[in-house]
Design a protein around this ligand. Structure first.
Ligand code: SAH
Length: 223
């Protein structure tokens, strides 16, 4: 089913006015990419969570999406996307951890093609329904352990990992194009994780840490 214009527009706590408030908060917290802010003002985040909590969709918090997982808070989505796009437009992006599909939807409006993988079947099915209903045609998704990347569609100009591994899986490094960047929260679940930015150069990789973050764990296998 295609979402109606009315559903996409929202009312009350999901209306354009509420979304504009979210955007103002992102700007206050330092997000500057105009195109990204524009996209986040229009992607209907309230349709990526259960209807029962949709009135909270534009608060700057992570929200439950079932299976013990969360839709990342808007600031984390904005910051990670801003970093990914910092050096200019990206053509092919791989996202690991589709979850609700919200991050992929935001990326789809800013990159050429988005490839996204998820290890929990029920979450992926729901995300796919949303992509269809909202007619995001440049998102390709796959049910798999994202630790393997998606080699047949690589190399990628950008890779974004939205769950935290304790070390970066080797295949993801292999599938990063020269000049491409990867954003990944690295660290143990018991402590804080560092939002890490890896850039592939002609001679290898450079790495730097951006800030401390808290993400759900990166798990192997399918569920
Ligand atoms: N980007 C998502 C955030 C979801 S939370 C959104 O916008 O809603 C992180 C997601 O990563 C969860 O759905 C979890 O199941 C998934 N995940 C964790 N480890 C994974 C792995 N090895 N491969 C693929 N997905 C993984």
């Amino acid at each position: 089913m295609i979402a109606s214009a009315q559903q996409i527009a929202g009312i009350g706590f999901t209306s354009q006015r509420t979304r504009t408030r979210m955007i103002r908060r992102l700007i206050d917290r330092g997000i500057q990419n105009e195109q990204l802010l524009q996209v986040m003002a229009t992607v209907p985040r309230h349709l990526f969570v259960d209807e029962a909590i949709s009135t909270r969709a534009y608060e700057d918090v992570a929200l439950p999406i079932g299976e013990g997982q969360t839709i990342s808070q808007p600031y984390a989505v904005a910051r990670m996307t801003e970093i990914l796009l910092q050096e200019g437009p990206v053509e092919r992006v791989l996202e690991v951890g589709t979850g609700s599909g919200y991050q992929a939807a935001v990326l789809s409006q800013l990159a050429g093609t988005v490839f996204t993988v998820e290890r929990i079947r029920t979450l992926l099915d729901r995300a796919r329904q949303r992509f269809r209903a909202l007619q995001y045609r440049n998102i390709h998704s796959r049910y798999s352990d994202g630790g393997w990347g998606w080699a047949s569609h690589g190399p990628f100009d950008g890779i974004m990992v939205t769950a935290a591994p304790s070390t970066i899986p080797e295949p993801l490094l292999d599938q990063l194009a020269t000049g491409g960047r990867m954003i990944v929260p690295v660290g143990e679940q018991t402590g804080v994780q560092s939002l890490t930015i890896i850039t592939r150069t002609r001679s290898g990789f450079t790495e730097h840490q951006e800030s401390d973050v808290k993400f759900v764990p990166f798990l192997s296998g399918k569920s």
